[in-house]
Design a protein around this ligand. Sequence first.
Ligand code: ZN
Ligand code: ZN
Length: 366
Amino acid sequence: MSRHADRRDRLLRLVPGTGADGLLVTHPANVTYLTGFTGDSSYLLLTPREQIMISDGRYAQQLTEECPDLDAEIRRPGLEMLPMVAKVVDAAKVRNLAIEAASMTVAFCSELSQQLSGVQFTFTGSLVEGLREIKDREEVAQIREAIELAERAFAVVRAGLRPDHTEKQIAHNLEHQIRCFGGTGCSFTPIVGVGPRGALPHARLSDHRVEESDFVLIDWGARGALYVSDLTRVLVTGRISPKLERVYGVVLKAQRAAIAAIRPRAVLKDVDAVARKVIEEAGLGKYFTHGLGHGIGLEIHEGPRLAPSQDRQLKAGMVVTVEPGVYLPQWGGVRIEDDILVTRTGGEVLSHVAKELDDCVLQGMR
Ligand code: ZN
Ligand code: ZN
């Protein structure tokens, strides 16, 4: 059985627990995860009897190549997705259809339920997302590849960094280098924050130049074939002020402590608390304004979340970011982010960009 067929098999065992006898998968990353199909605008209907891709003519050839073991219903030009879905669900004799509530629009859902008046609908939240949290060996290999792309691109951009480079240029150069090394592109628009702009955890790229401050925060990642990476480093472009040294030291200590706490069965909020405690004890707790980390995979933000509200446990095979940050208004932000694989006995840090403060100093910028 192929990896994708095995995933569909495991998913199908979860469907009866929702009360449904069929599942319509509409979220593109979930479709990719279950089928290997890399296009979009295509849905997957799963029942105990049938596994059908619902797509259009643009993807007919790609579907036979990427998922030869699946039936496909190709809608003809002019036929909308909605009546096609209704037809396929009707023909499959589904009585209670589970749908992915987070990805289907209210308009689509209400229209579909009108066309399928005899079919009950069950809203599911995270059936496929739950499976996706645990990565298999192939997925981990693809994440490693995405990390390597991000790291190689960063090394080139760092080596060529000039005082007059703007946030926008740095982001553009990262994208360019990732593609030069064979990646698909950035896994998200990089966040580049010069000085005080680094205090906005998700600042928009601007024309501020690195020479305007003593340090710059860079949060970037690459997409390899399908999987992504996510890293953050601070680069020191000027002098190391006592304040920067202190804040950086606290954040690095918090990050290392949290990484050391990663192991199977560790409670998510407890790992978050390890980092939070270090930052709180330094009197900076109120400036750590987000959760500690998140899963990565086919998407840049997926489960699990390392955050104060999360009572679930880590499991071997999860890949999470650990990214504590301290953001001081009008001064700047320090965040340090790495990607960690939960192993059977602990955690393996998959990303390797140096992060001692001295390692982050760029020589000859002034
Ligand atoms: Zn990030
Ligand atoms: Zn992140």
